[in-house]
Design a protein around this ligand. Sequence first.
Ligand SMILES: CC(C)(COP(=O)(O)OP(=O)(O)OC[C@H]1O[C@@H](n2cnc3c(N)ncnc32)[C@H](O)[C@@H]1OP(=O)(O)O)[C@@H](O)C(=O)NCCC(=O)NCCS
Length: 190
Amino acid sequence: MSARAIGGDPPLPLRPMREDDLDAVMAVERRAYPFPWTQGIFRDCLRAGYQAWLLHDGATLIGYGVLSLAADEAHVLNVCVDPSTQRRGHGRRLLRTLLRIARAQGAQRVFLEVRPSNPHAVALYHDEGFNEIGRRPRYYPAANGREDAIVMALELMPEPEIDATRDAMPETGSGPDPRTPPGAPAEPAR
Ligand SMILES: CC(C)(COP(=O)(O)OP(=O)(O)OC[C@H]1O[C@@H](n2cnc3c(N)ncnc32)[C@H](O)[C@@H]1OP(=O)(O)O)[C@@H](O)C(=O)NCCC(=O)NCCS
């Protein structure tokens, strides 16, 4: 597992995802993934207190990220950018902002799963310092049955001067509860 400081880009203007955002979120989710999460999975994440953040451009939803936190570990559950606005750096900045939030909440390691058939996401995660640490056989549904998951991990370096929660939460007080979530979502991470 490699260690990586999180820095560089200014924080994105994110706001917490709410249940009344889920129609818009699902519209992006269905456009972006061949096997999208259901609305119920997003709802479970929100009710479990996971970190779930939206990136907006005015009234237009650009993307979102979902992160679970438990003790000193974080799990990136979803990073998604609307196909109409991909390849403009939003995915990388969204991921970096999630990592800042994880670090600010005390995480020392971050894990995620990704499909081998998603080379763009794999490239992004490698580029941000994640390393493959294993595989979960037949983890995902796929067109021809099941597909393995690549499990990736990143060790975060201490950056005590960064208060990412403050930077990323313009609407203070309305976000998901940053406490350790009480339960897991109904479906596995992608
Ligand atoms: C993966 C995803 C979040 C990347 O978001 P994005 O805004 O398009 O990506 P960025 O513009 O920030 O690019 C970041 C890096 O990702 C990789 N990448 C993203 N799209 C790529 C493409 N079409 N071709 C090649 N590389 C690509 C590159 O390494 C890129 O770095 P570079 O621009 O320096 O070459 C986006 O493609 C997406 O939402 N896909 C559908 C949902 C998904 O698969 N999420 C990941 C689940 S594990």
